[in-house]
Design a protein around this ligand. Structure first.
Ligand SMILES: C[S@@+](CC[C@H](N)C(=O)[O-])C[C@H]1O[C@@H](n2cnc3c(N)ncnc32)[C@H](O)[C@@H]1O
Length: 438
């Protein structure tokens, strides 16, 4: 990391005695000035809240303390307690990953496509695995109801971390109190370990998703599956994340656990095969998986392709709505938008028309057929229909029970070759801009 020049330090001190300390995490003067302003506003807010309770606060001492914490590399979001995710202010606490703008951009883009989609079911079920602060379910709801519609949205966020679940419920209360949506949404959070094989022995500490869905009387079928899982390999963790990320954000949220005789890359990719298997089991029509970079995106897309289940697969960049660019690759997978590759989106059946892709001729019929087929093929019992499950058969979650109907061609959009190379292997999402405490 280049040293900050003495002249810059002197200039900063002349403006405000707190500024030099903020130059280290911010790197430039305008960014440090912004952060100092936010910290001062925060201190004023805390002082007002204390005053309302009849307490007093030494504002100078608090500001000095916060500047010291920030200078040590603590993320501003943990100090201020919130971060914007799209238009939503989401509460952040140490121990739970700070939501990133790129994730919000993919969700907003997805919901933007869905808002006017023909043939959405009257009850739209969205499963968010590895939910963290609950930012994805909350933004999905917010974006969907940003224009009036009759969709009955049911969203379930799942995480293994108790800390994350407590925070997600806190965010749910906060967002729903602040914003009165015309429609009442069913939004819940639940604990489960996404990596636990449903047929392995279950422990109370780590229920598989299937067991947790059953236990919490949740549906077994979901229309859309979204996940921003831990996806950084151990070597990338050391090479590409900032010191601030490593020092303050939970490793559980970033690096998948290690398994015996596994390569570094396989560890980074650990969640994806499981997430794709779950997507098959819950018969998701759309699957959106966040990834670190283009190399990982291509590996995930190829794996999804190999399942022979999806009708289409695309890679979305940071700004998927920006002018379209296609990068040539051997797999013929379209890559949309501008910036780093951020997510892999897969669709099948009705999901094609929900995304505005050319609908395959018999998608709805096929879906109905598939439901009947998977119900009758399922060797597990059928849960009794619940009032809110009207019209949907609910066979219990059966790993590998779904397979692609024979004869349907696998459809990939064609690519137009473009000048340019693959992005460097790295993790731009966790190298926070302006944070060079690396
Ligand atoms: C990259 S963070 C994503 C958080 C949030 N969705 C977001 O976009 O900001 C990954 C999350 O996965 C959770 N997690 C890690 N291992 C898990 C597992 N085996 N099962 C379920 N959740 C897990 C972590 O607790 C963390 O909240």
């Amino acid at each position: 990391m280049p040293r900050i020049s003495t002249s810059l330090l002197r200039k900063a001190r002349a403006i405000d005695s707190f500024l030099p300390a903020l130059l280290a995490p911010c790197r430039d003067l305008p960014a440090a000035q912004n952060e100092l302003r936010w910290l001062r506003e925060h201190v004023d807010k805390v002082a007002r809240a204390r005053r309302a309770k009849g307490d007093t606060l030494a504002k100078g001492a608090l500001l000095r303390q916060l500047v010291k914490e920030r200078a040590s590399g603590k993320p501003l979001q943990y100090i201020l307690g919130t971060e914007y995710f799209g238009n939503l202010e989401i509460r952040c606490r140490p121990g739970v990953l700070i939501p990133r703008a790129d994730t919000a951009a993919s969700i907003a883009y997805l919901v933007g496509l869905l808002r006017n989609a023909p043939g959405l079911p009257s009850q739209l079920r969205v499963l968010d695995l590895c939910t963290g602060t609950g930012c994805i379910p909350l933004l999905f709801q917010h974006e969907l109801y940003s224009t009036p519609n009759d969709i009955d949205l049911r969203v379930l966020g799942v995480d293994i971390s108790e800390k994350a679940l407590r925070l997600s419920y806190h965010n749910l209360r906060k967002v729903c109190n602040a914003r009165q949506y015309a429609k009442k949404t069913y939004l819940k959070f639940m604990k489960a370990d996404v990596l636990v094989n449903p047929f392995a022995q279950q422990t109370v500490r780590s229920l598989s998703l299937k067991a947790a869905l059953n236990h919490n009387k949740q549906p077994q079928f979901w229309d859309i599956l979204i996940s921003n899982p831990p996806y950084i390999s151990p070597s990338a963790y050391w090479k590409t994340t900032t010191r601030s990320v490593r020092g303050f954000e939970p490793k559980l949220a970033l690096v998948p656990p290690s398994r015996a005789s596994q390569t570094d890359e396989e560890q980074g990719d650990l969640f994806y095969p499981r997430l794709l298997a779950i997507a098959q089991d819950v018969e998701a029509k759309i699957v959106l998986l966040e990834v670190a970079d283009l190399e990982q995106a291509l590996r995930v897309a190829r794996r999804a392709q190999g399942l022979d289940v999806f009708d289409g697969i695309e890679i979305w960049r940071e700004q998927p709505d920006d002018a379209r660019h296609d990068v040539p690759n051997d797999d013929d997978i379209s890559i949309l938008g501008q910036g780093n590759a951020r997510s892999v989106i897969c669709w099948r059946g009705a999901g094609a028309s929900w995304l505005g892709k050319a609908t395959i001729a018999t998608s709805q019929q096929e879906d109905a057929q598939r439901l009947i087929q998977s119900s009758s093929e399922s060797h597990l019992n059928t849960t009794p229909a619940r009032p809110d499950d009207a019209g949907r058969a609910e066979p219990l979650f059966d790993v590998g029970s779904f397979s692609r109907s024979p004869g349907r061609p696998f459809r990939m959009s064609k690519t137009i070759p473009r000048q340019g190379s693959l992005e460097r292997l790295g993790n731009p999402n966790y190298c926070v801009k302006g944070d060079s405490t690396k």
